[in-house]
Design a protein around this ligand. Structure first.
Ligand SMILES: Nc1ncnc2c1ncn2[C@@H]1O[C@H](COP(=O)(O)OP(=O)(O)OP(=O)(O)O)[C@@H](O)[C@H]1O
Ligand SMILES: [Mg+2]
Length: 329
């Protein structure tokens, strides 16, 4: 198996040339890390004339090699990019797929430039403006409208990645003793979380919701539609990293976005405008949507996938309470 390695540019050039993703006269001038990532091995390759992004998935999480993860997730991500490439309105909001090597779990993507993602929102000193909010919903509108498929004709199940996500959204955060001391995130958080971990009504609601997440739906979802997947480029907002994609219920993508608006202290009016701009709103199951919002908020506050949130315990408590009300009626 070919292993991407930033320290072996010659082997990398040879590999890319063999597959015709670099032309014969091209050479690699430099290799760099394009941005913060946890799951995969991602490089930017500069030939002097152009730059490319190369991404490889391995059977573990890149940042935590002792944590296993589905090895072929880059292949599924590649299949997502192939699928959406038929629809220009979606494709122009994502990098073009230049190559997919299913054997070595490598994909080559158009470089969207030195863009930052939107994780700066967690510092709470900047907010999305109206246009940015509209653009993000516009992406979901196009993806969800154009990729609706009846059962039988859907190709992307991505069940292993969904099971991994299921563990971290619906299960692990709500275990009483899971070995993760939340006081290391913020003093007092463990005690606050314990109230929810012991709440039978909440756990019942979340277990049912988890089953919905694992069942299939008719809409192609991005699957991880949060600020880490949104890039602020010179050509406007672009969306990357659909490795958690699957055919599911549209409420999930929208709910993850809304949950992160709450986590980043956006106004209720921003959430309202998201719902207003969402073109399939009449078909939304609002109860389901709110439950997914609630569980995403909770798991980001008391689960393992923590965010660089600059907030105090009171803010976390208030958000957990809001999330609880979305989940338990
Ligand atoms: N096509 C692209 N153009 C420009 N920059 C990119 C592109 N793809 C990825 N990046 C940069 O590389 C970073 C890591 O990429 P990506 O999010 O796909 O990796 P990942 O390992 O799946 O990350 P995570 O652990 O957050 O899921 C991105 O945050 C972004 O800064
Ligand atoms: Mg990723």
């Amino acid at each position: 198996m070919f292993q991407l390695n930033a320290n072996e540019p010659q082997a990398l050039a040879q590999y890319l040339k063999q597959r015709k993703w670099l032309s014969t006269p091209e050479n690699i001038k430099s290799v760099s890390i394009p941005g913060e990532g946890n799951m995969n091995y991602v490089l930017r390759i500069d030939t002097g004339e152009r730059t490319l992004i190369v991404k490889q998935s391995r059977d573990y999480v890149e940042k935590y090699p002792h944590v296993a993860a589905p090895a072929n997730r880059a292949v599924i991500e590649g299949i997502f990019y192939q699928t959406i490439s038929t629809e220009i309105t979606v494709q122009k909001l994502m990098p073009a797929l230049i190559g997919l090597d299913k054997q070595n779990h490598i994909l080559v993507l158009e470089d969207l430039g030195m863009a930052s993602d939107f994780t700066f929102l967690y510092h709470l000193n900047k907010k999305l403006n109206l246009e940015e909010t509209r653009d993000l919903v516009h992406y979901l509108n196009k993806l969800h409208q154009h990729f609706q498929r009846p059962k039988g004709s859907r190709k992307i199940a991505n069940l292993k990645m969904r099971k991994l996500n299921h563990e971290h959204i619906f299960h692990y955060p709500f275990l009483g003793e899971n070995g993760f001391d939340l006081d290391t995130v913020q003093t007092g958080l463990q005690a606050v979380a314990m109230k929810y971990k012991k709440d039978a009504m909440l756990k019942k609601s979340i277990a049912a919701l988890g089953k919905v997440y694992l069942s299939s739906g008719d809409t192609l979802l991005h699957g991880d539609f949060y600020p880490g997947s949104w890039l602020k480029t010179e050509q406007g907002i672009k969306i990357i990293d659909p490795e958690f994609c699957f055919y599911g219920c549209k409420e999930f993508d929208l709910a993850v976005m809304i949950a992160h608006l709450y986590l980043t202290n956006h106004e209720e009016s921003t959430v309202e405008s998201v719902l207003n701009d969402y073109s399939l709103k009449t078909a939304l199951d609002m109860v389901l949507l709110n439950q997914f919002v609630g569980v995403e908020i909770m798991r980001r506050l008391i689960g393992l996938a923590q965010l660089p949130l600059k907030v105090d315990l009171v803010f976390r408590q208030e958000l957990l309470d809001k999330a609880y009300k979305f989940l338990v009626k």
